[in-house]
Design a protein around this ligand. Structure first.
Ligand SMILES: Nc1ncnc2c1ncn2[C@@H]1O[C@H](COP(=O)(O)OP(=O)(O)O)[C@@H](O)[C@H]1O
Ligand SMILES: [Mg+2]
Length: 400
């Protein structure tokens, strides 16, 4: 339309993180050729850094906040920028500013988790005896395969997936869209049949669903007519059969407080924002006191500020419970921030583990401290370059 001014309102927010990065790069190229005046609204700091000459922050109350000139050379290559100190400093500054104005910690520090015994807790003598063996190989994927029946015949989506998790370990599973991440996760949850190989948790083969394996999906399946409290309470009765109603209620309230919903426990799910619903989903998963927590792009549909906030909520609750966890994501920062190890999957079909990076960043972690940590961008470029290799469907040919 050859406009004088181009206005864009979160044009990429519905895309996954990797696609978003690619389209942003393309927009930059088109803009560079045309040189229109552009106002772009975004909640993604990286998108702003790739595209803008100037970033203006809006405060939550609608007033105009800080302005950051972006003097990074163009064209702005995502991987090259990852090595640039100017980029890192600006990224940290903008992020810190937005967190300061937008994120207030709502977590009360009062209540303690009541000491209940979940149904599947081991008697202490047995637990002691079993501890040494099971802690090191708590969750185990052995030659896991998934073959889907398709009109064109059987399709091996996941092939020979082998991974061992220690108890209390947090693993991020990252890979391009469609590679088979959700397939691995739903097999672990017992929602999807295992074609070949095995998954064992705490010495027992995974078969069917069980509250000992709690799942958080992208959109939490809450009962819309029930309150936050009632939604979290579902299933809790079964998990703590020996406890009183009052004690179980305490567990429910404890986790709702931890995820920042102390004031909204009696609100109906229909009256909640997506971010609040996802908080309820996280509280529900933890309230089941699971042996294993499975998350499938849990914050994928939230804007980045809400996502940051919930990542920190998740870290906070996880650090108290130290539940063994597998989190599927395609957000590189999220993968690194949450995990002890980032497991990278190759592209499907026949997808498998391509690379594993151990993240030795100190805990407790916050986004702010990570962005300022000297090793952070080293991890980031390791994961980014792996994903880049598989960008266009196939691994780039190895150069001899
Ligand atoms: N029930 C199914 N039948 C046939 N193919 C499927 C089925 N579910 C998923 N797939 C295919 O398996 C591949 C991996 O899917 P998925 O695990 O959802 O990927 P990801 O979560 O990494 O995006 C995709 O190519 C998808 O089309
Ligand atoms: Mg998926």
């Amino acid at each position: 339309m050859q406009p004088e001014v181009l206005l864009m309102d979160e044009p990429l927010s519905a895309l996954d993180a990797l696609t978003r990065g690619n389209v942003a790069t393309e927009i930059e190229a088109i803009w560079a050729a045309d040189k229109r005046t552009v106002v772009l609204i975004t909640n993604d700091v990286d998108e702003a850094l790739v595209l803008a000459d100037r970033i203006l922050c809006l405060n939550p109350d609608g007033t105009l906040g800080a302005a950051f000139p972006v003097n990074l050379p163009r064209p702005r290559d995502r991987n090259a920028m990852n090595e640039s100190n100017d980029f890192k400093a600006l990224r940290a500054d903008v992020t810190a500013y937005l967190m300061d104005v937008g994120i207030k910690s709502k977590l009360p520090e009062t209540r303690l988790l009541p000491a209940l015994t979940p149904r599947h807790a081991l008697p202490s003598a047995y637990a002691k005896a079993a501890n040494s063996a099971m802690d090191a190989r708590y969750l185990r994927y052995s030659q896991l395969h998934k073959v889907y029946a398709t009109p064109k015949g059987p399709l091996t989506v996941v092939e020979d997936f082998n991974l061992v998790l220690k108890k209390a370990e947090f693993v991020s599973l990252i890979g391009h869209s469609g590679c088979g991440k959700s397939t691995v996760l739903t097999m672990t949850a017992g929602l999807n049949a295992i074609s070949k190989g095995a998954i064992t948790l705490d010495g027992t083969h995974v078969e069917g669903t069980d509250p000992e394996r709690a799942v958080v999906f992208q959109s939490p399946n809450l009962f819309p007519w029930l309150t936050a409290k009632e939604n979290v309470a579902i299933g809790v009765d079964k998990v703590y059969p020996k406890s009183t109603q009052v004690e179980r209620q305490e567990v429910v309230e404890y986790y709702l407080e931890r995820v920042g919903l102390a004031d909204s426990m009696n609100r109906q799910a229909t009256d909640m924002s997506n971010g609040m619903r996802q908080r309820v989903g996280i509280a529900r998963a933890f309230a089941l006191s699971p042996k294993l927590l499975l998350l499938d792009e849990p914050f994928g549909m939230l804007d980045s500020l809400t996502r940051w906030e919930l990542q920190e909520v998740l870290m906070e609750v996880w650090s108290r419970t130290k539940v063994t966890a597998v989190c599927v994501t395609h957000d590189v920062d999220e993968a690194i921030m949450l995990a002890d190890r980032v497991v990278m999957m190759t592209n499907g079909p026949n997808a498998t583990i391509g690379k594993i990076t151990e993240v030795k960043l100190p805990r407790p972690r916050s986004r702010r401290s990570l962005l300022e940590h000297p090793d952070y961008y080293h991890y980031r470029s390791e994961v980014l370059s792996f994903l880049e290799e598989y960008e266009h469907g196939h691994k780039k040919k190895d150069v001899a």
